[in-house]
Structures are given as C-alpha cells and as structure tokens.
Design a protein around this ligand. Structure first.
Ligand code: NDP
Ligand code: ZN
Length: 349
C-alpha cells in the first residue's frame, strides 16, 4: 500500500509499505476522511519528537473497518468509525492509574505517526479496537466526524486541565482549530467571560460564534498587559498557541488560585520560565498542567453526542476541502504554510 510519510526531520514523501497486520484485539481500517494537524508539522519540520524514518504521517481520520481480530466484539468489517488520535493500551498500568494517554511511557498512548504508521495510508492499524474506536453516528458529516479525532478532544482537554468553573473569567491563548474548540468547551463549562487570543480574521469570527466575549490580538502588545488592563486578572487560562514564553504571560494574567491548562505542543525551546514574583514567590497557588488528550471510545462517544445534539459545531473548522488520498500532501503543506484564511483542511477519499 502507499502512504505519505516523514522520511526524516524536514522531509516528507510517498512510500510503499506492506499492509499492516491485525492482532487479535486490533482493527484494520481504510480512511474515508483525513485531516492534517499542526502536530504533524511540529513532528516533521521541528523534529519535536526526535527523528522518524519512513513513518506514515497523520492521526486524524474517519475510517471504514476492513478487518478485525478474533477477540474484537463490537466492530466488524464495513462499520464506519470515529478514530481518536490517541489510542491507549487500556490494560496498561498507566491506564489503570487514569493516565491512559501515557500507556507504555510518556506520550505513548499517541501511537499514530509517533510510534507506528499513521492514518495517511491506504490502510491503517488500530490497537485495542473495542476500547478505542466508536461507531460513526448516523447522519454525522465527515467534517465534524474528523474534527472529533483530535481538535474537539484536545481543545476540550485544555478546558478540563484548566478546570473551568461557572462564572470564571477565562483566557484562551491561540484560536487555531484547537483553541477554537477550547473556546466552545469553556462556554459549555459556564465561563462568564472568554478572552480569545489570536489574529486571523476567520478564526476571530468563529471564536465569537463559539462563545468568545473579547478578542485579544497578540500583535498589539503583550497579551498579559492587555488582559490585565481589561480584567485585573483572570481565573483560568487555556494555552493552545504561542510558545515557551506564553507560560510567563499566563502566570502573570492569572489571579492567585488560578489554573493554566496547556495543550500546546511545544516544538522548540528547552525551558519554560516562570516569573518568580508573579508566581507568588512560589506560593501563589497558580497551577500549571499540560496534557496530551485522553483517547478512548467512551470519551469519543460522549463528545460525538455533543455534535449530534447540536451543542457544538466542529465541522465549521473546515475551511478547505480536497478529494483523494494523494491530496494529503497538498493539505499538509497548507497546514505548514498556514495561509491566513485556513483553519483546517479536510480530505475525503
Ligand atoms: P494553529 O497554529 O492553527 O493556531 C495557533 C494559534 O496561536 C493561532 O490562533 C495563532 O494566532 C496563535 N498564536 C501564534 N503565536 C502566538 C503568540 N506568540 N501568542 C499568542 N498566540 C499566538 O494551531 P492548532 O490550533 O492547530 O494547534 C494548537 C496547538 O495544539 C499546536 O501546538 C498543536 O500541535 C497542539 N496539539 C496538541 C494536542 C494535544 O493532545 N495536547 C493535540 C493536537 C494539537 P493567529 O490567529 O495569528 O494565527
Ligand atoms: Zn492532530
């Protein structure tokens, strides 16, 4: 089969590989819809995970099951499925401890395009199919379904990590597709004011539609200064954009007792600096938590129910559409170059 792969840091290309083998608990799927991710860009061009050779890229897909292992109970060939970007080993000790995304080691629940071939191939392998796949709900469009792989669960995880409470004043740093879903999640969680940080006009418009009450443009000066001038301090910050220096800004804009939930994939920079005085000289009760999205079927089914009941509209993230698997290359390059009108491309097959 053919697949679009990382050949080494900074290099991509099409390769031929054997079709993946199916273990007793696994499924083999073919992609129906695919999306490239900013994480693919960090992986290839920043080498953020280290070098990878001839590894098929991609971790956002809607699939059709073409075969299952002998122990798989709930899925069969022909089923259309939602595929989470993170597919933990559910019988691992880490999963039993509540950190399934780190099953087998730090970040090791993230298998596609990290420890094994991803979804940008004619076929892909899903471990622990009963624990990780979810049936595509009837009538769900592929754009929404594909955004359930990663954009919705990651944006919402930022909200969970920041522990947003009713009435909180919240800043969401970054309103690319992940941050936009964090805005939607913060609104559902009952935030009273949502300060969305970004500059692309269509992202700003969608942030407002998803619940942002204020927009902060980081090109207009330090975002902490801007937020502090408007609020005097906020309760929660979700970080879904920026860089290692964003944390110092987040600590500064937070009230004592505040929480930062980071889902940004830090591709560069060796250290994160925390400003000593604004962190209460170590005693300010300002928490910083960063996490990889949890995967799994139950979570996928619950998040999908927010789409089917009309509570969230992740399909609106898709701004560019392509047809045919060979278009993943163009779509990934688009993700890398980030034209101003791009939020998320979708490839249907
Ligand atoms: P985008 O690049 O589309 O969006 C980034 C956002 O950050 C944009 O709104 C951008 O503004 C804004 N931004 C850029 N620079 C700054 C700055 N200096 N200060 C403040 N804001 C800034 O990214 P995605 O939404 O696709 O992804 C966000 C991050 O989440 C990525 O790092 C991605 O790898 C990561 N991720 C993490 C996962 C997890 O499980 N933890 C899973 C999936 C993704 P502008 O409007 O000007 O472009
Ligand atoms: Zn992704």
């Amino acid at each position: 089969m053919k697949g679009f792969a990382m050949m080494g840091i900074g290099h991509t290309g099409w390769i031929e590989k054997d079709r993946p083998a199916c273990g007793p608990m696994d499924a083999i799927c073919r992609p129906i819809a695919l999306a490239p991710c900013t994480s693919d860009v960090h992986t290839v061009w920043a080498g953020a995970l280290g070098d990878r050779h001839e590894m098929i890229l991609g971790h956002e897909a809607v699939g059709e099951v073409v075969g299952v292992g002998s122990l798989v109970k709930d899925f069969k060939a022909g089923d259309k499925v939602l595929v989470p970007a993170i597919t933990p080993d559910w019988n691992s000790l880490e999963a039993q401890g509540g950190y399934q995304m780190h099953s087998g080691g730090m970040l090791a629940g993230w298998k596609f395009s990290n420890f094994k071939d991803g979804v940008f191939g004619e076929f892909f392998h899903v471990n622990d199919a009963d624990g990780n796949l979810a049936l595509l709900p009837e009538g769900m469009d592929y754009a929404s379904a594909c955004m359930l792989s990663d954009m919705v669960p990651t944006g919402f995880h930022g909200v969970e990590l920041a522990d947003i409470q009713f009435g909180d004043k919240v800043v969401v740093v970054g309103i690319g597709p992940v941050g936009l879903m964090a805005v939607a999640g913060a609104a559902i969680r009952g935030a009273s004011e949502i300060y969305a940080v970004g500059s692309r006009p269509n992202c700003v418009a969608l942030a407002k539609e998803f619940g942002a009450t204020h927009i902060v443009n980081y090109h207009d000066g330090d975002i902490a200064d801007q937020v502090l001038a408007k609020t005097g301090g906020v309760d929660r910050v979700v970080i879904a954009g920026g860089d290692v220096d964003t944390f110092a800004q987040a600590v500064r804009m937070l009230k004592p007792g505040g929480k930062i939930g980071n889902v940004n994939y830090l591709g560069e920079g060796d250290y994160i600096k925390i400003p000593r005085t604004e962190w209460g000289c170590g005693m300010g009760h300002k928490a910083i938590v960063g996490g990889l999205m949890p995967g799994g079927r139950l979570r996928m089914e619950k998040l999908a129910s927010l789409v089917t009941t009309g509570r969230i509209h992740p399909g609106k993230l898709v701004t560019h559409r392509f047809e045919g698997i060979e278009k993943v290359e163009e779509a990934l390059m688009m993700m890398k170059d980030k034209p101003r009108d791009l939020i998320k491309p979708l490839i249907t097959i």
